[in-house]
Design a protein around this ligand. Structure first.
Ligand code: RRO
Length: 299
């Protein structure tokens, strides 16, 4: 048999990125470098996702938020990790080489606090052959306007207009659910030249320290994910998919193939598994099997 005949074929395309199946990871929910250390090459042979989305990086290194950073809720989890990362140069030097060895396309998630910072990030990662696409995490304030970019259609449009000319690689806008009309933001992203949108990021949430009145999380508040947010995510994915023609990546509490199917039926081209991977690093692989292998669905 020829090598080409044994190579897995792309089953679908996500804004030009070939995917063997529709299940990705949510940014920041699966540490592929640590998993490779723990599982060795077995991880590459049975990689759970059709493309890998990196944890969000920023231009300069960040230590992240003070602890505690996590809080378990009924059917969910609140995080306030606060973007700990090595910064653009550290990512390119230390993290990109091992991520480039993964057997799937690499999407790098980036976040800046100004158009200039976003531009630096997009130029820095897009020039690397190993990078198939860039996810713009817009759940951040613009230091000039003070507004959260992804909460405002006008801010999102202006950001995309500034970035679109910098690279021909796919730009995916990660939408926040913490806005009155996520579909209006998605339409603005499309108008600015985005190739896809992904949603939802976490839902703004707080927790009180047990027995007290103080906030539990070191940063005061955080973002809720997991099964608790799935109906919110499904509703927003449907509304966004109806409003745009670009691809939609749906996520939010997906734990089974049946859940994934609901998001695809709501108009998503692909789905992502996030919080479920913390409990079971192979959750993505199971969701894929339940989704595409008849009879495997136990969810
Ligand atoms: O690092 C985080 O605390 C974080 C990020 Br960048 C994000 O986009 N969403 C989230 O829930 N946490």
């Amino acid at each position: 048999m020829s090598a080409a005949a044994t190579e897995p074929q792309a089953a679908l395309e996500l804004c030009g990125i070939p995917l063997r199946h529709p299940v990705l990871n949510g940014s920041g929910t699966f540490d592929a470098i640590a998993a490779r250390r723990a599982f060795g090459d077995a991880l590459l042979e049975r990689f759970p996702f059709a493309a890998f989305v990196s944890k969000t990086i920023t231009p300069k290194p960040r230590a992240g938020n003070p602890p505690p950073r996590l809080y378990e809720t009924p059917s969910g989890m609140i995080n306030s990790i606060g973007l700990p990362n090595k910064g653009l140069a550290g990512f390119l030097e230390h993290d990109l080489p091992p991520l480039a060895e993964l057997p799937v396309p690499l999407i790098v998630s980036v976040m800046g606090t100004s158009r200039e910072e976003f531009s630096e990030l997009v130029e820095g990662v897009a020039s690397r052959d190993a990078v198939a696409g860039i996810e713009l995490n817009v759940s951040c304030p613009n230091v000039k306007s003070g507004l959260i970019v992804g909460e405002q259609p006008s801010e999102t449009l202006a950001l995309l207009e500034a970035l679109r000319g910098l690279s021909a690689k796919p730009l995916i806008v990660k939408l926040t659910p913490n806005t009155a009309d996520p579909a209006a933001v998605a339409v603005a992203a499309e108008e600015g030249g985005a190739d896809a949108v992904s949603l939802i990021n976490t839902v703004r949430a707080s927790a009180v320290a047990p027995g007290g009145s103080e906030p539990w999380l070191g940063a005061g508040s955080g973002g809720l994910s997991g099964p608790a947010v799935r109906p919110i995510a499904l509703d927003q994915v449907r509304r966004v998919a109806e409003a745009v023609s670009i691809a939609v990546i749906g996520m939010g509490g997906i734990e089974t193939g049946a859940h994934a199917r609901e998001f695809l039926a709501a108009g998503a081209t692909a789905v992502a598994v996030g919080t479920a991977s913390f409990r079971d690093p192979l959750a993505g692989d199971r969701v894929r099997r339940e989704l595409i292998e008849p009879g495997a669905n136990v969810g």
